[in-house]
Design a protein around this ligand. Structure first.
Ligand code: BGC
Length: 763
């Protein structure tokens, strides 16, 4: 047996481990035994303590010891902490746990590391638009390396909530509307965070969230109700969570919403039947922030009652409510729950600590040297810059306005043009906001003295100062200008008139998306769109640089503005990456992963809809008694998968290697893609399938494959996809995973609305 380097309760643990056995146990059994050997030595109170996850707040080194948290740690009432940054602060808390508490069990340290750590990558929705799983995995790997260098060993990511409602601000944190793509991204991120060995000092526990269906909150209002058929859950919304579990995610966070009447955090069917039994999840389940105590407001019981419900449902760890700590002892006495349930939850937490290697070395992640050398490094930042360019989606580029030439005068105008604090986007708690690169800084650096950049703010974010305040929290200031809108606009026009081209940096601020940032109007705020109109009226070419944490409604802008580059919130290197793409040093590599609606009334609008019994004929806008609207076409303004780049591609020769197949055969689909433009560029070749007749109604198309390719001008590549049973199967209404014989359509193209198609039959 390997000797532990960390000998607090070594003897009893070792004796117990030796006592248990003969045949070598599986890794999981071995973990169970290790955890059980510790459990056997713990009092009930100490076990309950392991289930408690308070938020630490930030301490100045030296003060921690006298804080309330420190006293709780000393009494064995804390299993882990989050919201604490710096190796020194973390080391201090860990020391209290392993030197002063009776059981000396190390703590885990969590943080919302969502899209990078100090080196910040584009917001997750933007990252998903890269359609590049290697790149996404590397961002998670790098985030894990930086976070673990700073003492963190547990990240509250990936957020895999499927979302088809851009009113919901947290669409920014996920991967868009599609289950297939969402699942691939979920796996890539878990792999990136956790690597192959969780005990390595640069890997961390992933925490998949928010389980489940949080992205389907009614009316896009945060924390709201979810009511959904099982059929839809299993075929669509569950898919990315299950993929993350299959990839070995070590923890999962329950969501705030209720599901068909039972809050997720009290939902035994969800956590125990689906997650643990059907999906065989063997990590730990943590509630979201005060998720347990909030169930009192959901109206399903008193605090002790909801506490019992959460534990019985299968929630192992209580984030912030302290309901487990305060109510479990009495609940056991009253016979409402059992000590065995506490043991089960505690075992999961201990197992995670063993997996991290914390029992060998509780300071494994507290390496001051690493903190100095591995965070926010020039290499990491260079990578983030490259990733950002891959996430930008070119929505329109009339007359090839973009890329701009490196000469003449560029007028850079707008409230987001020089707003470093906003570049990192929502949920970037570890970022160095003021060191993020603004567009102005990026452009000036890239152009040097080759061209002149003139800058004016042009407008505030919003006419309403109170709105602007709500949308610029957490230090993400936009330095509101107190002058009247007309004065700001005239100042900008003066600048614009001197330029050869105008770049208008407009849209949302970072905190207009994210948690508790739902909107009902998804347009660019009025004062900014008036500024844009005034800029267009100068007659100069205008490029709209669109900042957004969600698909915005840009129907008017799309008609009027010749070039639109959607840059989301691109992270700490945003300005440099934007300059790279504006000037053609890099090409925009992104394709939309969520449809852009024409107006808010179309929501939810997504490509994988059902046909209905009265579908509209192709190419029509309106036919009486068909499924359509009087005022807008059914299609979104911009479909899923859409995006241009600085070259063009042509698709041809869609070929199937057979027209009928057995369910266990493989069908090969090939298509030729040619770069028909003048520059090298990347294209995301997308494959969709339609099951034309089934025992339940099926979507008109579903993404089942994609490949990102890079082609030189004139180059042609044949892309091949292999279709197997897995791509053709779905959950029927009895929730059986079936592949039903019959006719299928396969479609390949550049986006969900622009495809070549062929049919085949499954016998
Ligand atoms: C969010 C989670 C987050 C947690 C901890 C909650 O408000 O919903 O996504 O991980 O806070 O900060």
């Amino acid at each position: 047996m390997q000797m532990l380097k960390y000998p607090f309760f070594l003897l009893p643990v070792m004796l117990l481990m030796l006592a248990c056995n003969s045949t070598p146990p599986s890794a999981n059994q071995a973990l169970d035994r290790k955890a059980d050997s510790v459990l056997a030595l713990m009092t009930l109170e100490e076990k309950i303590g392991q289930l408690n996850l308070p938020s630490a707040g930030q301490f100045t080194t030296g003060q921690a010891e006298n804080s309330d948290i420190a006293k709780k740690i000393e009494r064995g009432q804390v299993g882990g902490l989050f919201n604490i940054k710096s190796v020194q602060a973390i080391r201090e808390m860990q020391r209290i746990a392993v030197e002063k508490s009776r059981m000396k069990i190390p703590l885990i340290f969590g943080m919302d590391v969502i899209h990078g750590y100090e080196t910040t990558f584009p917001i997750p929705l933007a990252l998903s638009c890269t359609w590049d799983m290697n790149l996404i995995e590397q961002t998670a790997r790098m985030a894990a390396t930086e976070a673990s260098a700073d003492g963190i060993n547990w990240v509250f990511s990936p957020m895999v909530d499927l979302c088809r409602d851009p009113r919901w601000g947290r669409i920014a944190e996920g991967s868009g509307e599609d289950p297939f793509l969402g699942a691939q991204i979920a796996r890539a991120m878990v792999r990136g965070y956790q690597g192959n060995d969780l005990s390595a000092p640069n890997t961390v526990l992933a925490c998949v969230k928010h389980f489940a269906l949080y992205g389907a909150s009614e009316s896009g209002r945060d924390y709201n109700t979810v009511d959904m058929s099982l059929h839809r859950m299993y075929n669509e919304y569950f898919v990315p969570y299950q993929a993350a579990v299959e990839a070995g995610a070590a923890s999962i966070m329950t969501s705030f919403n209720d599901i068909n009447g039972i809050p997720a955090t009290a939902n035994r069917w969800l956590i125990t039947d689906v997650l643990r039994r059907q999906w065989k999840f063997d990590g730990f389940v943590v509630s979201d922030y005060t998720g347990i105590s909030e169930m009192v407001d959901h109206g399903i019981g008193t605090l002790p009652e909801v506490t019992a419900k959460a534990l019985t449902a299968g929630v192992d760890m209580d984030m912030v409510s302290e309901a487990y700590l305060n109510h479990i002892p009495a609940l056991i006495k009253e016979g409402k729950i059992t000590e065995r349930q506490v043991d089960e939850a505690c075992r999961q937490i201990l197992k995670a600590k063993f997996r991290l290697g914390l029992f060998d070395d509780p300071y494994r992640y507290c390496n001051e040297q690493r903190a100095k050398t591995e965070i926010f490094t020039p290499e990491n930042r260079a990578f983030a810059r490259r990733v950002a360019a891959e996430s930008f989606v070119l929505l329109k580029n009339q007359k090839d306005i973009l890329p701009l030439e490196k000469k003449g005068t560029i007028a850079l105008i707008g409230p987001l043009a020089h707003a470093p604090e906003n570049m990192t986007g929502t949920w970037s708690v570890a970022a160095r906001h003021s060191e993020a690169i603004s567009v102005l800084q990026g452009l000036q650096r890239a152009l040097g003295d080759k061209a002149r950049v003139l800058y004016a703010k042009g407008s505030n974010l919003h006419d309403d100062a109170a709105y602007e305040e709500r949308a610029t929290l957490f230090g993400k200031t936009l330095r509101r200008d107190s002058r009247p809108a007309e004065v700001l606009r005239q100042e900008a026009l003066k600048v614009a008139r001197q330029a050869d081209v105008i770049v208008a940096a407009l849209g949302e601020s970072a905190e207009m998306s994210g948690e508790s940032s739902s909107r009902t109007e998804l347009t660019i705020p009025k004062t900014q769109s008036e500024l844009l109109d005034a800029l267009l009226a100068t007659g100069k070419p205008v490029v709209l640089l669109l900042f957004a944490g969600r698909p915005l409604v840009i129907t008017k802008e799309y008609e009027k503005v010749p070039a639109i580059l959607n840059v989301w919130f691109a992270g700490s290197e945003a300005g440099d990456a934007i300059a790279d793409v504006l000037l053609g040093l890099a090409s925009p590599g992104g394709r939309l992963t969520a449809s852009f609606p024409r107006n808010e009334g179309q929501i939810p609008v997504y490509y994988s809809q059902k046909n209905t019994g009265r579908p509209l004929e192709q190419g029509k806008w309106f036919t009486k008694f068909r499924s359509n609207y009087l005022d807008v076409p059914n299609e979104p303004l911009l479909p899923f998968g859409y995006g241009l780049t600085y070259t063009t591609f042509q698709y041809s020769d869609l070929t199937l290697d057979k027209t009928s197949m057995g369910a266990d055969d493989t069908l090969r689909v090939t298509v030729s893609v040619t770069n028909t433009g003048k520059r090298e560029g990347t294209e995301v070749v997308q494959l969709y399938i339609r099951d034309k007749v089934a025992t339940v109604t099926r979507p008109v198309k579903e993404l089942k494959g994609f490949e990102k390719i890079q082609l030189k001008p004139g180059e042609t590549r044949t892309v091949t996809f292999a279709i197997t049973r897995r791509h053709l199967s779905f959950y029927n209404n009895e929730l059986q995973w079936v592949c039903e014989p019959g006719d299928f359509e396969v479609m390949v193209g550049r986006n969900a609305a622009d495809v070549l198609s062929k049919t085949f039959t499954v016998n």
